[in-house]
Ligand binder design. Sequence first.
Ligand code: MEV
Length: 438
Amino acid sequence: MNNAVSGFSKLSKEEKINWIAKKYFSTPEEAVFLLKNYWNGDEKIQKLHDEFIENTITNFYIPLGVAPNFLINDKYTTIPMAIEESSVVAAASKAAKFWSTRGGFKATVINTEKIGQVHFTFNGDVSKLNLFFAQTKSKFFSDTESITKNMQQRGGGILDIVLKDKTNLLPNYFQLHATFETKDSMGANFINSCLEQFAKTLKEASQEYELFTEANEEVKVVMSILSNYVPNCVVRAEVSCPVEELAEKHIPNPQEFAERFVQAVQIAEVEPFRAVTHNKGIMNGVDAVILATGNDFRAVEAGVHAYASRNGQYSSLSHAKIEDGIFTFWLDIPLAIGTVGGLTSLHPLVKFSLQMLENPSAPELMQIVAVAGLAQNFAALRSLTTTGIQEGHMKMHINNIINQFAANDEERHLIKNHFKNNTISHSAVVDFIENLRK
Ligand code: MEV
């Protein structure tokens, strides 16, 4: 079957849906019904979502949950989390509650520098290029004045531009490596606009530069783009308390718990296979808040994992220690995010989430996101080093199994009752449902 199509983006939404339904489904009317069933009843909201991307056919739901009781820098916060994984919000809420009676979370923004680069080649005398750059540097700033004016009024702008010789990596490869402060915006558009102007200035000014007389002294721009690796845009989240205060129902021996917890973190610090899963648990919390607040989780993910490898081996983002009877657990994470621009003023649920967070500045949101990551990591390590992860996970996942079998209210009640005191596993729940239905 030939499933190629030309001019698809020009078709109306209805026509696109019909084309897909007829091409790929034996009962096209059911496929159409499903897609339309997920449309928003409010035409204005639907139109807004349709226009976020090209070729929208419907909406793809994931739950928006909240984790209350997060005491962050002495202030209670209810954190919005958009995520499909059963146990994540429950784990965050549990960790929030646990730490709310032990001093809460402390969060500090360490720095907020963003990075962008103009990649170019030059095959001539490097000392001439250095001289050219020194003499042209101020022009990169003046040529971007119309772009930077508003950002400067908000206290941001271009911090610096340096010429980097990368010819040890690739023949003739140089960069303009620029740093930016973008205040409450993530800054991608601002940075990319500046970079494209730098590239233009670079090209034009180099063509006019009197010392570049040879043909091989031509500056050739390859591309201009921000970097999602932001090792100087880092926030720290931390919890700490005397070891004995860790005691509670499931932690009868806090010293033993604290020691095992620290060991678990040390394993993630030295062992990449474990570090990836350990950090994935952190990202459960991070991505959920990033998504709920309309930020770009792909950018954050890419930057975070590069940061986790910055010393040459992939390693844990979080660390833990016991010193003088005090247990401390902390996380350093690079987060280039915004609370203005992008989706933040467009997506109604993003606006809702930001309002629930009391309209934070970008640095405040960095703190909240980092705390969500640390809380998630704490919850995971606490389960892993005590009961094991499956107990809590299956408690939440049981709903998915029940839904998969379309259990009615009575069956649901019986299943939940039975598994209050019995170990939950997929097959045990399935067996139980099948027995009920015999
Ligand atoms: C599951 O989504 C996340 C965990 O695997 C994280 C971890 O192992 O630390 C539980």
